[in-house]
Design a protein around this ligand. Sequence first.
Ligand code: PLP
Length: 200
Amino acid sequence: MVRLLAVSKTWPADSVREAAAAGQHAFGENYVQEGVAKVDELAGLGLEWHFIGPLQSNKTRLVANRFSWVHSIDRLKIAERLSEQRDVHLPPLEVCIQVNVSGEASKSGVAPPDLPELARAVAVLPRLRLRGLMTIPEPTPDVALQRARFASLRAMRDELNAAGLALDTLSMGMSDDLEAAIAEGSTLVRVGTAIFGSRS
Ligand SMILES: *Cc1c(COP(=O)(O)O)cnc(C)c1O
């Protein structure tokens, strides 16, 4: 089954309300301040909020306690802070490790050779539950290349599972490459533009 995460970054709370009224339950935000404002404003709707953007260590406390999921773990320090700061009365924070599958210097995400060590360290943090891997590959119209990047993330997930972790989530696929991601086993697509329209 593939879950749909509606990426509402840059869109006002009313856009989220509209999507929620149409039956959408899970929403993704990239920017801490903007995301937290929407989470608080829409608290009565019982929505599930996912943080999917780059996370700096001075912003982890807000994210740890307002969101149910974080997809963008790329170093241990951030994961440790989220675990320390997650309220004990809340269920564990569901997390994915972001992997840089295209190897560009500019993109965030852990380099594939460093993934196993980071995954083992995150998996034992008490207030987090490591659910899987996330990636944002470099944009390309080449569908075969899109598929190859997603296949490599799936292979990394399978290897970690073979090594004893129990990862059930592959957060991969956005508006322009979600078909390729689903073909390669995505369990959660993060879709903004195709739902809300182009961001200005
Ligand atoms: C913006 C964003 C998306 C959604 O991108 P679209 O191309 O608008 O579907 C998905 N994931 C992340 C991490 C994003 O920043």
